[in-house]
Write a protein that binds this ligand. Structure first.
Ligand SMILES: Cc1ncc(COP(=O)(O)O)c(C=O)c1O
Length: 259
């Protein structure tokens, strides 16, 4: 158990890693955030290596990617690195889910009117295949499980929702929603970009099958390094694959190069 003074010291030491904080007050509103010196160093090391011999460092990159996935798996409590894919951003992850499932005309997707466009348009695109998209209106900026459940229809196959809403910070009860989705054979997709890295996240507790995420926005230093995690489909009584997806970003080492 560390004392309050030690905790304060630890915090102040960590703060030192962000040069921007000595230059002014930055109000981090979860869009873009200052880079830490260790992240900058890793990126510079990488480009230093890429500019010199040996030119082909592909095996090292693969090793670095595995390390990245292991870190992500630990952070979000995923089953393991093997379920995690590196994607550029949230939109890519969500488009992969929307485009990767097999849809039949008349299938339905349930969204809500608070979602960020990245969590809406990939699903609206499916309307061309005859898929219907339903929207729930929030009540007082929030959504209860009952409010979501009452809009579920027999052909609802997927519910997509944010871990933390970008508009007002609302957080739905994803553990309860995950249980409901599993029982009904509905895919649960979570846009986790807001909140990942700032709030503890346990994807297994959501009963997800697929979660997509870019670097968490509270630690959004360089665009283009995200991840998506999918769990193999559990068998369900009606043969469909209930699942989920979450998408986000974090100050993780982008690559690990040997010295
Ligand atoms: C909830 C949410 N989803 C997605 C994004 C961004 O999507 P992408 O990673 O595709 O740029 C943002 C941020 O701007 C967001 O707040």
């Amino acid at each position: 158990m560390i004392s309050e003074a030690q905790q304060e010291r630890k915090f102040l030491d960590f703060r030192q890693a962000f040069p921007a904080y000595s230059q002014g007050i930055y109000v981090n509103h979860a869009a873009v955030s200052p880079a830490a010196v260790f992240v900058r160093q890793r990126m510079m090391d990488f480009w230093q290596r890429r500019a010199n011999f040996p030119v082909d460092i592909y095996p090292e990159l693969q090793e670095g990617q595995l390390h990245f996935k292991e870190q992500i798996a630990r952070m979000i409590h995923a089953e393991g690195a093997e379920n995690i894919a590196c994607v550029e951003n949230t939109s890519t992850g969500l488009n992969m889910v929307a485009g990767g499932l097999e849809w039949k005309a008349g299938d339905r997707i349930l969204l809500n009117t608070m979602e960020f466009p990245a969590n809406v348009y990939p699903f609206l695109n499916l309307q061309r295949q005859g898929v219907m998209v339903d929207f729930i209106n929030p009540e007082a900026g929030g959504l209860t499980l009952d409010r979501i459940v009452e809009r579920v229809q027999p052909r609802t196959r997927l519910i997509s929702i944010s871990f933390v809403q970008f508009l007002n910070g609302f957080r739905a009860d994803l553990a309860a929603l995950g249980r409901f989705c599993r029982a009904q054979g509905i895919h649960l997709v979570v846009d986790a970009i807001q909140g990942t890295g700032a709030i503890p996240l346990d994807v297994q507790c959501w009963g997800y099958r697929c979660l997509g995420h870019r670097r968490p926005q509270v630690a959004d230093v360089a665009h283009g390094d995200g991840f998506s995690v999918c769990r193999p489909p559990p068998s369900s009584k009606n043969g469909s694959c209930p699942g989920g997806m979450a998408v986000g970003q974090g100050q993780l080492e982008p690559v690990r190069l040997s010295p």
